[in-house]
Design a protein around this ligand. Structure first.
Ligand code: ZN
Ligand code: ZN
Ligand code: ZN
Ligand code: ZN
Length: 374
């Protein structure tokens, strides 16, 4: 099935390492992105790749620039954007769902910041207001200052009272004497030139850049959020942005096919994610032949992790599992891992951890090959 294989767009080799949404051909060293191989992927698979890589781009930016708050900014030209994330080159349509995902997983904390209104038909934020006569619906309005002649009750635009430098009532023809005594002035009054109605508050109508018109009750109110990096999620961010490339390259050298992070569907239909998954051949839809799970923590990791990992192993059907833990497992967790046949590597030093994983990967490949020749 073509959906199982990612091939190099240059040399056609299937020996591809996928990493954070970009791929590298181990045959000719061509680097390419998921869009170039999209014809070889199912839509779901491609979407999952793109979605994940956007989340990771944001996480890397947060980590590299020590971002604490991601503030939104609204401009008429660009709409809503997040200036601190501008460098990573994602559209707002890509950034918003990724930020949403990160807030659902409590890595970011979402706070309401402001709102904008959108066209209910095309969702454009580029809107203008139109004023409409609330009596006859005409758009033929005029705005001005209005005078009320208290003596006769006539109300009209000031310019209609002006005659030879004086104010004369157009109805009763008497000159106006003093403001507040025999006449009053009202600012910002609208007059419909079609039905002659005076409108202190004409009806408001919106028009978008695509000429859709709609009333205030039809507008879409979109909330704009700021995203605060959850201080408690620092370790998770560390974990999601660690550089696993040395392990991936080792796997490739050993002749394995690699995905990182790897989403694998279990027998239950549930999707499980592993830090790295390895296959002996390009059957990515099958259970991986080995997986590496990386867990970074600032305290001793307990047996819950082992139970969760075991559940994933069983559902996916992977037999060779390496668990790399920084700094260490609890005694209980270690015991459980031994029972479940999980190879555990512990270290307080990240580089040592990576080196140990590489060494163990070699052993795994050796046993995989030995089992083949039986
Ligand atoms: Zn190639
Ligand atoms: Zn519109
Ligand atoms: Zn009117
Ligand atoms: Zn008058």
């Amino acid at each position: 099935m073509s959906t199982e294989v990612i091939r190099c767009p240059r040399c056609g080799s299937g020996n591809i390492v996928g990493y954070r949404g970009s791929y590298e051909c181990m045959n000719c060293r061509q680097v390419f992105t998921s869009s170039k191989i999209s014809e070889n992927l199912t839509i779901e698979e491609a979407t999952a790749f793109i979605g994940r890589s956007n989340v990771q781009k944001i996480l890397h930016k947060i980590k590299d620039s020590s971002i604490e708050v991601i503030e939104p900014k609204f401009t008429y030209g660009e709409g809503v954007e997040y200036p601190k994330l501008r460098e990573i080159g994602l559209s707002i349509q890509a950034v918003e769902p990724a930020l949403e995902d990160l807030s659902k997983s409590e890595i970011l904390v979402k706070e309401a910041s402001s709102n904008i209104i959108l066209c209910p038909i095309c969702y454009s934020h580029k809107l203008s207001l139109q004023l409409v006569c609330s009596v006859c619906g005409s758009l033929n309005l005029e705005k001005g200052q209005v005078l009320e002649h208290l003596t006769c009750g006539y109300i009209g635009f000031e310019k209609d009272f002006q005659k030879d430098g004086r104010l004369i009532c157009p109805k009763c023809r008497k000159p106006l004497k003093a403001l507040g005594v025999d006449y009053k002035r009202q600012k910002n009054v609208y007059k419909c030139l079609d039905c002659r109605s005076l409108l202190p508050l004409p009806e408001r109508r919106y028009i978008c850049e695509n000429s859709h018109t709609f009333k205030e009750e039809e507008i879409i109110l979109k909330k704009i959020y700021r995203y605060r990096v959850n201080p408690a999620a620092k370790n998770i961010i560390e974990q999601l942005t660690i550089d696993l490339r040395p392990i991936l390259v080792e796997g490739i050298k050993l002749g394995l096919y690699v995905r990182s992070p790897a989403t694998v569907t279990g027998r239950s239909g549930v999707e499980h994610e592993f830090s790295i998954a390895f296959w002996k051949d390009v059957k990515y839809m099958n259970a991986p032949d080995a997986v590496v799970e990386i867990q970074l923590s600032d305290e001793t990791v307990n047996e819950m992790l082992i139970l969760a990992l075991y559940a994933k192993m069983i559902d996916v059907g992977v037999k060779k599992v390496i668990l790399a833990v920084l700094p260490e497992l609890s005694e209980e967790a270690r015991k459980l891992a031994r029972i479940y046949g999980i190879k555990v590597i512990e270290s307080r030093d990240f580089n040592k951890l990576i080196e140990e994983v590489k060494k163990n990967l070699k052993d795994v490949v050796a046993t995989l090959k030995a089992s083949e020749t039986l």
